[in-house]
Design a protein around this ligand. Structure first.
Ligand code: SAM
Length: 285
């Protein structure tokens, strides 16, 4: 065990820290804490992490995941909005030998790449109210490969299902296409609601996303408009739902995609093909 790992292991239990700081879970901040050290270590072991790697953590709260990351030898930058958690996090930082930087702020407003640099991992038990928004931003980076090399994220199970959903399922939609165009996606662990303190109403899952190099450039803004139109009326046939998107019906015809199909039957690569056809169509089509 490293000195930092030993010092972390000697810290007071998370429950005691929460009680001493009066960190009563605040629903408006999406606070459901993970206090089971075995579970936290398991999540960290699922990250493709080498000692010395940098990690951007959103919402460390009392710092359970942060402790597990530090024990594994990571250099962590953690952004927390709730100032009540700061004294607890500072006590972790004090024994981390410089491996933990705490930023008091809003994860939606900070520039993660500036804080943590290129090639970092993202790890978070995300606040449920901003989780999808943060993921959508991380997936929509203009430059691909992005600044992060893996993202290991706790979501409500229903959101995790949408991220990894395959065509033909009711969970398949815009988020599935966006995530799968840009990343390899996998559910790593399922967690029942009772694993959290306090337990939320629904179960959770850890999803891991690993950015992949696209074979050809993907016109992301066009893909986004295309999936918005198609899934915006997911029960309609494509010839109806894509009517308002100039060139879309011609693109379907050129690619021999039956326009009577519905949004949820198209594979991710078919969406990419239609978006590419739209991107290369003359502007007045
Ligand atoms: N990581 C801790 C754990 O696993 O026990 C806490 C997870 S809790 C689900 C979400 C955390 O995100 C809370 O500590 C909350 O205060 C924090 N949070 C909520 N909104 C935030 C925001 N906009 N920026 C940064 N942190 C935020």
């Amino acid at each position: 065990m490293t000195d930092v790992a030993a010092a972390i292991a000697a810290l007071p239990p998370l429950r005691d820290e929460i009680a001493a700081a009066g960190l009563r879970a605040d629903k408006s901040l999406g606070q459901n804490f993970l206090l089971d050290l075995n579970l936290l270590d398991r999540i960290v072991r699922s990250i493709p992490l080498q000692p010395g790697d940098r990690v951007f953590e959103v919402g460390p709260g009392p710092g359970g995941l942060t402790r597990a990351l530090l024990k594994a030898g990571a250099q962590v930058v953690a952004v927390e909005r709730d100032e009540r958690a700061l004294p607890i996090l500072q006590r972790i930082s004090a024994v981390s030998d410089g491996a933990l930087t705490i930023v008091h702020g809003d994860a939606l407003k900070v520039n993660a790449q500036e804080l943590v640099g290129k090639g970092a991992h993202i790890a978070a038990n995300l606040p449920y109210n901003i989780g999808t928004l943060l993921l959508t931003r991380w997936l929509s980076e203009a430059q691909w490969l992005p600044w992060w090399r893996s993202a290991t994220l706790m979501f409500q199970k229903e959101v995790a299902d949408r991220i990894v959903a395959q065509p033909g399922s009711s969970a398949y939609g815009r988020l599935s296409v966006l995530a799968q165009v840009r990343c390899e996606v996998r559910i790593k662990t399922l967690l029942p609601a009772r694993a959290f303190t306090p337990p939320p109403k629904v179960d959770s899952a850890v999803v891991q996303l690993i950015p992949r190099v696209p074979e050809l450039a993907v016109p992301m803004q066009i893909l986004e408009r295309l999936t918005a139109s198609a899934f915006g009326q997911r029960r309609k046939m494509l010839r109806q739902s894509l009517k308002g998107l100039p060139g879309a019906l011609e693109a379907l015809a050129a690619l021999e995609i039956d326009p009577t199909r519905r949004a949820e039957t198209l594979s991710v690569s078919e969406y990419v093909a239609v978006a590419r056809a739209l991107a290369s169509a003359p502007a007045d089509s």
